[in-house]
Design a protein around this ligand. Structure first.
Ligand code: PLP
Length: 449
């Protein structure tokens, strides 16, 4: 097969997969998973056929995919891929641009610049902010926290890039006691030491209690959440950010999915005050339904991010216009393209409708499950429904039984020390009939498991 025939074959396989996504098992069968052993081949001295390589990928790994791009997958907050975002990603793949800066790739640079403007617009964040298109909220969170530390140190007269940390003024970090595990990961990588991090007490909904917040000062990074992963709740930004501003602290907001509540007037009140923070992270690949890897680090002071991420050869001229000076990557794909395509196609009203729709679906699921005797643990302010059976054993059993149907998938979690399961509404493909099927399956199992 020549190059064009190979691409055509890949396109055909991709099209066939997408055409049947609605009917695929939400999670692969144990047979399909056992068959993955077929991939265990020795590396050949001489390469094998390209066509047969695609066939193997499709028949073995393709048979063991999780249908997170389908309508009946309710795990984590994975989201699906909007058609235009998936299509734009395919086209950009053919271009194979190295999107470091406008010099290396002017066309895709312009698309990312436009995407950045729209992101700030749709999320109502300060227009002067830099938007870095990174691989994940994890990587983007790490970038923002690194910028926060370097900036707070600079205000103390300390040159972090040149002098490092030895002997530097102490920078403290405060996180919510239900902060996301990837914030913990970022802080550990950056050398803060998890043991040294101050944990702010939260209420029964997972929101930081302002009156219990550890003391703030101008050497503190305060990390807040827009969308706690179990309850979907928001820290009370207004009082917390006011307190941080008064103290000269830096506020970073982890809004991997929850920041998108700002796209609709109906839910924006949940995020009141959040625009007063210094930096924010959010994902495209979750609630905006763009493909992986798609996330954003947003920093009110572009220079604070550009200084710490700077990879310009001439050190003093860190241009905050170049993505290589805002993200962890140097050679990189233009991850902002799928966001550009999604926002251009959905428009403001389309983003709002998607977010409101998932909120309404989540409330509907919660109401129906309560009617069937399940214990819904959260207020369902957003798109997450946190549920238990009548006791812990029942909860575990419900989860196993529901997953084993292959028709739906959602995951388990631990909330306030006890098992629970979490149903996330975040796929543009999920319609009322899929919600009904989910509820029917759960009702059939029952709250006693
Ligand atoms: C998913 C998630 C993250 C991490 O995002 P990735 O894109 O998976 O790295 C961080 N915070 C919250 C609240 C999340 O839900």
């Amino acid at each position: 097969m020549n190059e064009l025939e190979l691409l055509q074959k890949a396109d055909q396989l991709a099209r066939a997969y997408t055409a049947e996504i609605e009917n695929r098992a939400a999670f692969p069968s144990s047979q399909a998973i056992a068959d993955l052993a077929k991939l265990d081949e020795p590396l050949m001295q001489n390469g094998l056929s390209a066509e047969e390589t695609l066939d193997l990928m499709n028949s073995v790994a393709g048979n063991a995919t999780v249908a997170s791009n389908g309508p009946r997958y309710f795990g984590f907050v994975l989201g699906a891929s909007l058609p235009v975002a998936a299509a734009a990603d395919r086209l950009a793949l053919a271009w194979d641009q190295c999107a470091s800066s406008s010099d290396s790739a002017p066309g895709v640079h312009a698309l990312e610049q436009q995407a950045a403007k729209w992101v700030l617009d749709v999320l109502s964040l300060p227009k002067e902010s830099a938007v870095a298109f990174g691989t994940s909220a994890t990587a983007c969170g790490l970038s923002c926290i690194a910028a926060a530390r370097a900036e707070l140190l600079a205000r103390q007269g300390w040159d972090f890039n040149n002098d490092g940390l030895a002997g530097a003024p102490d920078i403290r970090v405060i996180v919510s006691d239900v902060t996301h595990v990837t914030i913990r990961k970022a802080l550990q990588i950056l050398g803060f030491g998890w043991r040294n991090i101050l944990k702010a007490k939260t209420d029964e909904n997972g929101r930081i209690l302002p009156e219990k917040l550890p003391e703030l000062n101008d050497r503190t990074i305060l990390i807040l959440q827009a969308g706690e992963v179990n309850t979907g709740e928001f820290d009370p930004f207004d009082p917390l950010i006011q307190m941080a501003r008064d103290a000269g602290a830096w506020v970073h907001v982890d809004g991997a999915f929850g920041l998108w509540a700002r796209a609709t007037e109906k839910l924006a009140h949940l995020t009141a005050g959040v625009a007063g923070a210094d930096s924010w992270t959010t994902d495209g690949h979750k609630w905006l339904n763009t493909p992986y890897d798609s996330a954003m680090a947003i920093c009110r002071n572009p220079q604070a991010l550009a200084r710490v991420m700077n990879s310009d050869a001439v050190y003093s001229s860190a241009s905050a216009d170049s993505q290589k000076n805002l993200t962890l990557e140097f050679s990189r794909k233009a991850r902002g393209i799928t966001i550009w395509a999604a926002l251009r196609t959905l428009g403001r009203s389309g983003v709002a409708a998607m977010v409101e729709g998932h909120h309404a679906q989540a409330q509907h699921v919660a109401d129906l499950l309560r009617q069937h005797g399940f214990v819904v643990l959260n207020r369902v302010v957003l798109n997450q429904v946190l549920v238990r059976g009548l006791d812990d054993e029942a909860t575990e059993s419900i989860l196993t039984k529901a997953q084993s149907t292959g028709r739906v998938w959602f995951g388990g979690t631990v909330w306030q020390g006890r098992p629970a399961f979490r149903i996330s509404l975040s796929s543009f493909r999920t319609q009322e009939r899929h919600v009904q099927e989910l509820v029917e399956i759960l009702a059939g199992i029952g709250p006693r498991g």
